[in-house]
Design a protein around this ligand. Structure first.
Ligand code: AKB
Length: 332
């Protein structure tokens, strides 16, 4: 690490959590804007700073602070953290599984070099650091039904390798220097207002848009490919509740979180209860099918439930009803 500033050792001197100042990297991906909005409701608009290397749409500017931040530029990050008195960092910048396989060198740079920068920054500035991991951090030799928190992890994608690296580096720096590193392994996240980009679970968002537009979805996975999934509002709530959990509750630093598992066939069936005309054809693509076949079909999240009270709110039928209603609302 560039510089380590240790937290004072007494229990009472944990970094403040009542009124954090939060920087979110990769903020214009699937998750950043929604998380920022939920955090702003709790902590005030000005205390949550969204960042990315892209220019946001006007409505994002109007929602609250947005700044340019490149996770590969350490000085730029440091300036933002220092000038804005940041206390929590949510590191969403990453290339996902499928796009990572098509751009291995870039994925390695963003997902590994970028991570090293935020780890150093968190150590130097005593930040509470959240880094998402994923079902993609498991591989064909992992137990798949269910995958527990601690087991063999030999992923076969650069995305998975970079996420195992993130889990291990964060935990190492936690044990060695007391870094307040927190990591949740997310399932595929299903959202109406933001699109995922370049993942293996993206079909589970696209199918809803297709159901409401053309009535036809061509799925790149086989109908019986089961994967863990979660409604985006459960994902945001899990992230915030986990960031708020007192350090004394955490027996781990990396937790699985689960809500449901479904196959393309099952989600299509559930959508058909409301839109009977939906037609799904299957055209499995070699890369994404292979990735999905190597991932867990179910997550064991019992430690998250026990340690900090994780509980999902959305079932499959509630997710389907909400997705169709939200997409419809946006279209009108
Ligand atoms: C992907 O499909 O790559 C992501 C993930 C499950 O991490 N959505």
């Amino acid at each position: 690490p560039r510089q380590v500033n240790r937290w004072p050792s007494s229990e009472s001197s944990e970094p403040p959590t009542d009124s954090p100042r939060v920087l979110i990297t990769g903020g214009l991906g699937q998750l950043g804007v929604g998380l920022a909005q939920m955090l702003r409701q709790q902590y005030g608009k000005e205390n949550i700073i969204l960042s990315d290397i892209r220019r946001p749409p006007t409505e994002v500017y109007n929602m609250g602070p947005f700044v340019y931040a490149d996770v590969l530029d350490y000085k730029n990050l440091r300036e933002l953290v220092v000038n804005n008195r940041i206390t929590w960092l949510v590191h969403y910048s990453a290339l996902l599984s499928a796009i990572g396989e098509a751009n291995v060198a870039l994925a390695r740079t963003i997902n590994i070099t970028g991570l090293h920068n935020v780890l150093d920054l968190a150590l130097e500035n005593c930040l509470r650091l959240f880094v998402p991991s994923t079902i993609g951090a498991f591989g064909p030799s992992s137990p798949r039904d269910p995958a527990p928190d601690l087991c063999i992890q030999r992923p076969r994608t650069i995305y998975g390798v970079s996420k195992v690296h993130a889990e291990l580096m964060g935990e190492y720096l936690h044990h060695k220097y007391g870094l307040d590193f927190r990591c949740l392994r997310y399932p595929g996240v299903v959202s109406a207002h933001t699109k995922p980009g370049g993942g293996t679970t993206d079909y589970a968002v696209q199918i809803f848009h297709d159901a409401l537009s053309t009535g036809h979805h061509e799925c790149y996975l086989r109908p019986n490919t089961r994967l863990p999934m979660m409604h985006i509002s459960d994902c945001h709530r899990a992230t915030i509740e986990f960031m708020q959990a007192p350090e004394s509750c955490l027996s781990l630093r990396t937790y699985n979180i689960a809500a449901m598992s479904f196959t393309p066939g099952e989600v299509a069936e559930e959508i058909r209860k409301l839109l009977p005309h939906l037609r799904v054809t299957y055209n499995p693509d070699a890369i994404r099918q292979k990735i999905a076949d190597s991932w867990p079909v179910r997550f064991d999240d019992s430690n998250a439930r026990q340690d900090w009270g994780w509980k999902p709110a959305f079932s499959l039928s509630e997710l389907v009803t909400d997705m169709l209603a939200s997409i419809r609302e946006k279209r009108t």
